[in-house]
Design a protein around this ligand. Structure first.
Ligand code: FAD
Ligand code: NDP
Length: 426
């Protein structure tokens, strides 16, 4: 026995919440839409988990950050879903999918069938075990993907005031959690294999600007090496971290952020995959015309760059969700998804935005000992990427607009001289 819906959203994260809102805006009827999520709570703004959620005071807690407050839209509480006749199946993992029969089988044994499926399963955090290190299950080793993880970090911080945290990984999770730990007066050492933080996006010059700031807040950086093992006491708690370079670091808690893998497992062998995600077209439609994929799990064509990308960021989740629903509900009126990649972060009192692509030659501008810095990336004579720290709303809008226009750049020196002024006058 089971239930049948016109539309099913598989996954209950950011993309699911924004898709639900868009469905209601486009007139979905009561009882037509169902969301199935492994998480026990209604969709929420995941970025809050490494920022407001970890603050020592005035910390963010649900229901305050349910989607879609992150984009200044309505806050969709469980009551909202009920009032809109949307079935919210929470705390329920889908364990298999049959795309031919158009059914999903849940871990509770229920079969849920759909006419149209939106796959919004996001991603899972990579585990240290996948790099040959054991000990991830120790009580004071924390990952960060969902609310349960965030509570665990919070409890670990509370249990070691003034203690030592080792942060493994120099990417987004590492940088944002390190800042939150410092704000909670925990001593932080960051360990990562690359020569500088945020290696996939930042240039060495930008990275050193942030690293200097973190150092001024007491953070120690150990680069070019990785964790080799944990020392674990008889209570099952990590007491120290051994690095491959031979050093031993005492630890009261460990936070690990070493990347993610998209949750595609249910569809392997059933849908075409690309770049580790589910391949979709400009309507976010997969190789099966009844199935759409949105958010972290989708590899979609990025028009500006003429190739497909999988983007692991919240703006992409929100916009791909809206576009997929538009394409489902009003196919004739909906064109191809035309997305400009947008990433951002907020740490301490700092805040940056990046638009486009970080390929080609880089031109830096601004005062690297001050509060506002920026960079442009120029590839094959065109501006393709823009970064700005400490900008105003208007300045961020200007770099976004400029990057979308992809202007020809003849003189890199002149671009450097004009700096932010270039974006403001394009
Ligand atoms: P998710 O939000 O991960 O949702 C996936 C959902 O699918 C989850 O509810 C999961 O439980 C469910 N699911 C998966 N498999 C199954 C299954 N088999 N059965 C049932 N349910 C299933 N991006 C930014 O741009 N800026 C930020 O500042 C930022 N901060 C972040 C901070 C943190 C701590 C994290 C973890 C991510 C952050 N991101 C940020 C990234 C952003 O949150 C993601 O890109 C976004 O959440 C992707 O949305 P999604 O809906 O695709 O996936
Ligand atoms: P990232 O991919 O940003 O960073 C992972 C980092 O860990 C990289 O520096 C990586 O190096 C390094 N690493 C890989 N293996 C090891 C290892 N064995 N030991 C130590 N370091 C290692 O992933 P995160 O985990 O930081 O973030 C997870 C997800 O959450 C991402 O999708 C991210 O976009 C999202 N997120 C986004 C935020 C934002 O947009 N502001 C904030 C928080 C999370 P290498 O590059 O060499 O692989």
């Amino acid at each position: 026995m089971g239930r049948a819906f016109a539309y099913v959203i598989l996954g209950g994260g950011v993309a699911a919440g924004y898709a639900a809102l868009e469905f209601t805006k486009r007139g979905v009827s009561q009882g037509e839409l169902c969301i199935i999520s492994e998480e026990p709570v209604a969709p929420y703004e995941r970025p809050a988990l490494s920022k407001g959620f970890l603050l020592p005071e005035a910390r963010a807690r649900l229901p305050s950050f349910h989607t879609c407050v992150g984009d200044n839209e309505e806050r969709l509480t469980p009551k909202w879903y009920m009032e809109h006749g949307i079935e919210l199946v929470l705390g329920t993992r889908v364990k298999s999918a049959d795309v031919r029969r158009k059914t999903l089988l849940t871990a509770t044994g229920e079969t849920i069938s759909y006419k149209i499926l939106l796959v919004a399963t996001g991603a899972r955090a990579l585990k240290l075990e996948e790099f040959g290190v054991t000990g991830s299950d120790a009580e004071n080793v924390c990952y960060l993907r969902d609310l349960g993880d965030a509570n665990r970090i919070f409890d670990a911080m509370q249990s070691c005031p003034g203690g030592n945290a080792i942060v493994i990984g120099g990417g987004y999770i590492g940088m944002e959690c390190a800042a939150s730990l410092v704000i909670n007066k925990i001593n932080v050492t960051m360990v990562f294999p690359e020569a500088h933080c945020m290696a996939r996006l930042f240039t060495p010059k930008i990275a050193s600007y942030y690293e200097d700031y973190y150092k001024s807040k007491g953070v120690t950086f150990i680069k070019g090496t990785v964790l080799s093992s944990f020392d674990i006491d008889s209570d099952g708690k990590v007491t120290a971290v051994n690095l491959r370079d031979g050093s031993l670091l005492p630890a009261d808690m460990v936070v690990v952020g070493i990347g993610i893998r998209p949750n595609t497992g249910l569809f392997e062998g059933q849908l075409t995959l690309e770049k580790g995600g589910i391949k979709v077209n400009g309507k976010l439609q997969s190789s099966n015309s009844s199935i759409y994929a949105i958010g972290d799990v989708a590899a979609f064509p990025v028009k500006l760059f003429g190739e497909s990308r999988r983007l692991e960021h919240v703006d992409s989740a929100r916009r791909s969700a809206r576009h997929a629903v538009a394409a489902i509900m009003e196919p004739e009126k909906t064109g191809e998804f035309d997305y400009l990649p947008f990433f951002y972060s907020r740490v301490f009192t700092m805040s940056w935005q990046f638009y486009g692509d970080n390929i080609g030659e880089v031109v830096h501008y601004g005062d690297f000992s001050g509060n506002t810095i920026g960079a442009y990336w120029v590839s094959k004579g065109y501006l393709v990427g823009s970064f700005l720290e400490g900008g105003t709303k208007e300045e961020y809008e200007a770099i976004a607009k400029t990057t979308r226009l992809k202007p020809a750049i003849e003189d890199l020196g002149e671009l450097e001289r004009q700096g932010l002024g270039f974006a403001l006058t394009v």
